[in-house]
Design a protein around this ligand. Structure first.
Ligand code: DOR
Ligand code: ZN
Length: 432
């Protein structure tokens, strides 16, 4: 495999620029500019003092294959991921057919390998058909070629406490993690938007914060008794942050993610009545957004996950109540984190590496991602221009669907290059 010399990069955006020589899928050498033993033949990537980070890891992506290839495929979603700076993504199980068996998870995993732009790890469903009635064969999926490491009924909550208890118990034996979409369904019947003054005034049926918080509290208790690890998907309320602080203080092994959209957007968007802003869990109040940012900085929230959710125009451009929830996220996530966390001084680039690469890799148990920028480590890397800006155009993103809530917005930070195991997957906004 040919060598790549990244010249003049700042590791984690700090210190003097250095040269990073990549060979055989690994970081072969890090030295002062001009001081590596790079061969003449090495491909040179001029970093011009840009920020080098470990490749990003997304614990929560919807790739829509199999079943809705009109909105996203493993191939187009992998391209979006590589352009967004990701080297590993977890593909949620709510496909059609559902990824609740070895055949489907192996199909997704194999497609990911064939495309080769990002490591695609299929998430297995917790219950058969996401129906919340019977446990799926977690062990068979974990032991399949896909080596499933994470299970979730995302899109649906595993609301039956007995099933959730059993899933947590099995997860310890299999050394996998259960990721909960925390939404008590009895509290969200007909719900359309964050329950509060704004929703009432605009005529949306309310989606109470307690629907999320009640399940997170319950599951922390269940995880504690099972001695299991629990991961909480897309935390959206300040009350959930309180519950997580409490559980972590008790020593519960719980981790949690927050989406870029819940770090930036509020229920102010409801006034548009534009379903591009419809998402599950819903956009919350400004107070929640500010609490989520602080909790991500403090570590009460462990990581950022996109909940990248492509939808076809006919499923989005309808009246609010009929529209599907979800928004694109893979190509905008890093920029939104810079806008909401780095610019206000809540995180430095070291912190960005922690919440977008290291912690997610740890939570899912990926040994080759989220590693230190050091000699001998796997060359899963992203180079970011922190000073550049770009304008979001849904139609220009790599996803088939175009449902971005950031249309026309000017955002900071541009991904210049992504490397997967020492091979360029994206360079200057193009797939390599
Ligand atoms: O907004 C969402 N969209 N939330 C989910 O939980 C599921 C996702 C989807 O699959 O579209
Ligand atoms: Zn979800």
């Amino acid at each position: 495999m040919s060598e790549i010399l990244i010249t003049g990069a700042r590791l984690y955006g700090a210190g003097d620029p250095v040269d990073v020589l990549v060979a055989d899928g690994h970081i072969a050498e890090i030295a002062a500019v001009g001081a590596t033993a790079a061969p003449e033949s090495a491909r040179v990537v001029r970093a011009q003092r840009q920020v080098l980070l470990p490749g990003l890891v997304d614990l929560h992506t919807h790739l829509r294959e199999p079943g809705r290839e009109d909105t996203e495929t493993v191939e187009t979603g992998s391209a979006a991921a590589a352009l967004g700076g990701y080297t590993a993504v977890f593909a949620m199980a709510n496909t059609d057919p559902v990824a609740d068996n070895a055949v489907v998870v192996e199909h997704v995993w194999r497609r990911g390998r064939e495309v080769g732009l990002v490591d695609v790890h299929p998430v297995g469903a917790v219950t058969v058909g996401l129906a919340g009635e019977r446990l799926a064969e977690l062990g068979t999926m974990a032991k399949s070629a896909a080596g499933v490491r994470m299970f979730s009924d995302d899109g649906h909550c595993v609301s039956d406490p007995l099933l959730m208890r059993r899933a947590l118990e099995y997860s310890t034996a299999l050394d996998v993690v259960v990721a909960q979409h925390a939404e008590e369904p009895r509290l969200t019947v007909g719900a359309q938007a964050h329950e509060g003054e704004r929703a009432s005034r605009l005529g949306y049926a309310g989606w109470p914060a307690s629907a999320e918080e009640a399940i997170v509290a319950r599951d922390c208790v269940l995880a504690r008794h099972a001695g299991a690890r629990l991961h909480v998907c897309h935390v959206s309320t300040s009350g959930t942050v309180d519950v997580l602080s409490w559980a972590k203080e008790l020593g519960v092994e719980v981790s949690a993610e927050v989406t870029p959209h819940h770090l930036l957007l509020t229920d102010e968007r409801l006034a548009t009545y534009d379903p591009v802003n419809k998402v599950n869990p819903p956009l919350r109040a400004e107070r929640d957004v500010l609490t989520l940012r602080r909790a991500l900085a403090d570590g009460v929230l462990d990581c950022v996950a996109t909940d990248h959710a492509p939808h076809a125009p006919q499923d989005k451009d309808s009246e609010w109540a009929a529209a599907r929830p979800g928004m694109l996220g893979l190509q905008t996530a890093l920029s939104i984190v810079v806008e909401t966390m780095v610019r206000p001084g809540l995180l430095d680039w070291r912190g960005v590496a922690r919440v977008m690469s290291e912690r997610p890799a740890e939570i899912a148990g990926l040994p080759d991602h989220g590693r230190p920028l050091a000699q001998g480590e796997p060359a899963n890397l992203v180079l970011v221009d922190p000073d550049a800006e770009w304008t979001v155009r849904g139609g220009e993103l790599a996803s088939i669907a175009a449902n971005t809530p950031y249309e026309g917005m000017r955002l900071p930070a541009v991904v210049s290059a992504t490397l997967l195991r020492g091979r360029l997957t994206s360079l200057e906004g193009k797939i390599v």
